[in-house]
Design a protein around this ligand. Structure first.
Ligand code: SAH
Length: 255
């Protein structure tokens, strides 16, 4: 694609969602761009089975993981601009959807500032895929008319928490927490303190749609212990709400 005549695609950045990990959950457009790109800058959440299908010499790992960034965002920003200026067609591949806690917004702003044309290709976010992979609908006529997607990464006890757990508790809908393994005890406690029933069902889904997917279930009161006993580690999504109770009814037939 770096053919200089190919003005449509040369020197362009594609911010592409990889979906939750199963290669068949890539969009058709993502699949095509992955096949055609000169280089793919990927993070750690771009499923291993997806990366395994791409020849290594086009892959560049710019991933961040857990609480500490292994690659500074500024490096990724500069690298994208540098490659685009070399006339390369670059896929910036991100787990799930590029703008759901994916810093897609920051990267778009940086590219615009540098005058680099870009396109955003949405992906299936783990915010919905993880729940479904565990047999849980995010909304349900009898159980939840809303679902909220929040980060569990920050300390719910800090004075200026950006996530208002009290307001979330009052929605009566499903609460989906991303990056929420480390602070599971804190925010489940915050929700109960805000008046949610301690018996509210909760599921934790680790590595949703990956071959080694794991699920732990419990209630607001028991899930922190259940997750620890099950050895749940990031990446995992926490699904909180009555919808999680329906899993039992469908589990036998869930493939
Ligand atoms: N842009 C991503 C989210 C990035 S934030 C998306 O739309 O899915 C990183 C968090 O996403 C992880 O901590 C975890 O909570 C969640 N996550 C991403 N992929 C996941 C997967 N396959 N299974 C479970 N959780 C996942």
């Amino acid at each position: 694609m770096s053919n200089p005549d190919d003005t449509d695609t040369a020197g362009r950045i594609y911010l592409v969602g990889a979906g939750p990990g199963d290669p068949e959950l890539l969009t058709v457009k993502a699949r095509r761009l992955l096949d055609e790109a000169d280089i793919i800058l990927h993070d750690k959440l771009s499923g291993p089975d997806i990366l395994a299908q791409i020849d290594e010499d086009r892959l560049e790992d710019v991933g961040t993981r857990g609480h500490g960034d292994t690659t500074p965002q500024s490096y990724v920003n500069d690298r994208m601009v540098e490659l685009a200026r070399e006339g390369k067609a670059v896929v910036r591949l991100k787990g799930g959807d590029p703008t759901v806690f994916g810093r897609g917004g920051e990267e778009m702003a940086h590219l615009a500032e540098a005058g680099v044309p870009f396109e955003v290709v949405p992906g299936i976010s783990s915010a919905i895929a993880a729940s479904e992979a565990a047999g849980i609908p995010v909304t349900h006529r009898e159980h939840a008319s809303t679902f909220s997607v929040v980060t569990g990464h920050e300390d719910p006890n800090k004075a200026e928490s950006a996530v208002d757990w009290e307001a979330l508790a009052a929605t009566g809908g499903t609460i989906v927490v991303l990056m929420g393994v480390g602070r599971l005890p804190e925010y489940t406690e915050s929700l109960t303190a805000a008046g949610m029933d301690p018996e509210t069902p909760v599921a934790l889904v680790e590595r949703a749609t990956w071959p080694d997917q794991q699920v732990a279930t419990g209630t607001l009161e028991t899930i922190a212990t259940a997750a620890e006993d099950a050895g749940i580690e990031p990446p995992a999504v926490t699904v909180i709400g009555e919808v999680a109770s329906t899993r039992e009814e469908v589990l036998e037939f869930l493939r």
